[in-house]
Design a binder for this molecule. Sequence first.
Ligand code: GLA
Ligand code: ZN
Length: 666
Amino acid sequence: MSDKFFDYIIHGGDYNPDQWIDTPEIWDEDMRLMNLAHVNSATVGIFSWSMLEPEEGIYNFEWLDELLDKLHENGKDVILATPSGARPLWLAQKYPEVLRVEESGIRNEYGVRHNHCLTSPIYREKVQNINRRLAERYKNHPAVKMWHISNEYCGECHCELCQEAFREWLKKEYKTLDNLNFKWWNGFWSHQVSDWSQINSPKFRGENHVPAMKLAWKRFVTDSHISFFENEIVPLREITPDIPITTNFMKMYDGINYQKFAKHLDLISWDNYPAWDKGRNVAEAYETAFVHDTFRSMKDGQPFFMMESTPSLVNWHDVNKLPKPRRQELSSIQAVAHGADSVQYFQWRKSRGGHEKFHGAVVDHCGHENTRVFKEVAKLGRNLEKISDVVGKRTNSKVAIIYDWENKWATGYFCGYNNLERDYYKECTKWYAPFWKNGIAVDVISMDDDFSKYDLIIAPFLYMLKDGVDKKIEDYVYNGGKFISTFLTGIVDKDDLCHLGGFPCGNLKEVFGIWAEETDSLPKGVENAVEFNEHYYKAINFCDIIHAENAEVLAHYKSDFYYDTPAVTKNNYGKGTAYYVAFCDKGRFSKEFIEEIIKEYDIKADTEIKADSGVSIRKRGNVIFIMNFSDGVAKVTLDREYLDIVNGTSVSGEVTINECGYLVLE
Ligand code: GLA
Ligand code: ZN
């Protein structure tokens, strides 16, 4: 499928008119308001199963027919959802096996959502049936442009069906029990498995101290979600082969390996709810940028959809602070700058009752357009119409950071070193930040992705190296790549078995020119000092104690018994260079070190525009986005004359951008 699903940026969001079925005048009012808000699409039917099939085998599509026609008459595109995220009560009552069993072993009662077994043949059959009916009925409906599969797949089920499926999965993965016993190191605590039936899912009351088993379970749960999804889409692929398919991901949710799931989607979409205006807007901005870039990189740079965001506040923070005026507009523009071809909200109209009635929506309970939020959405809608040139445009980046879902699991499971202060996501965003601040585009990739297209790769805390990845790094560096690793690199394999023969594993000792002999852990509040270029930096949490065997030493530790031993090294290997940063940095070292690297290798920013700190600059196609995330007015120095696309004026020289403001230039 192509990169371009629409000719314009999709602006819309979750629309739940089935909640307003008894007030048809509200449906008409919605159409009027959508037009006013410059909204061009609606995502419908996400939680509509009980409206579509009120009793088993009794269907009611008339309301949806009418709604889709109405949306079409008003020029709106429809993203049609499959309703598997929440099932009708009759279904759970008649077939209790569809309900999820929690880790406790107790089956849930009906209620909430995402409460289904991933294996249950009956549930899979019922889902396929309702999906088939939707596809048959709307295959030729001119408004229907995309499938939204289920909603935020998540969680896991521990029922007997899932246990059996797990054992079958293990048989395929490990072939023999001898192999499994070896890989899981089951001799430890005398846990050899002598029959497959002895294996259950990891549980608090059962086996929960075998990291390899927990990794296997995560992989199995990922595959269960993928197979559930593949089952859902059988009738859609068959009946509507030309309608693209997506499902909405949840930020860096680690219950499912999204990097694997992504390969099954026509396009990625994700739900973006940053916590703005809580005193850390710049950090929130680069962390959100990192997440956008992660999703953009999952399908080789293909644009993605921002399927949900709130137009004002959420209802699920402890305290739901209102974002400042224009904050959500800026947040939406950020998504587009990083590769989103849509700005969509949860939700169009606030629910009158239920759990989410105080969650932000475009249309408030007052019901009219004279609200701050509505006006901001309408203004953004107008602006998005002016920048439709970016649709379908990929970003080419020469720098990548490895953020690998399986490594995330592994770094969370091992017991040892610093068990308290250990945050893989934070490590990666810390090394991403200096690139963001310098306006340099970064891809965020997994260890399985192609390295060869990058000039520079940073792999923070890459504790797990699956088979062949050490060789891949070696080849990459040998052929001219620059590679930066940090503490605890290359410690275990795919099954969390330690690599033997010294760390980092295998030939990486030659590639980095070092041997990491021990790792020290520092409790919160305790720091080591690192001297680099005659400046002192703070090391926290983890400090590898290394020997520079061939490498040049760039920095030394300055306290503790490993005083004056190497803390940062550089090694030329083949045509490339490998750096080892042996410690966990408190934040300043990574910034200044990366700035040196940028200078040394002449890594180019996307543009020549200079701006105050807190301002992010991104280029997509020919369009340049300048976004002010700082807590005040920011100054920007343009390198030439540009067209301000939003205002239709030309700009040059020094300009100022208000707090939460942005410029879109060409
Ligand atoms: C998620 C869900 C939506 C809604 C929003 C609220 O993203 O997909 O249905 O519950 O959260 O923020
Ligand atoms: Zn189950």
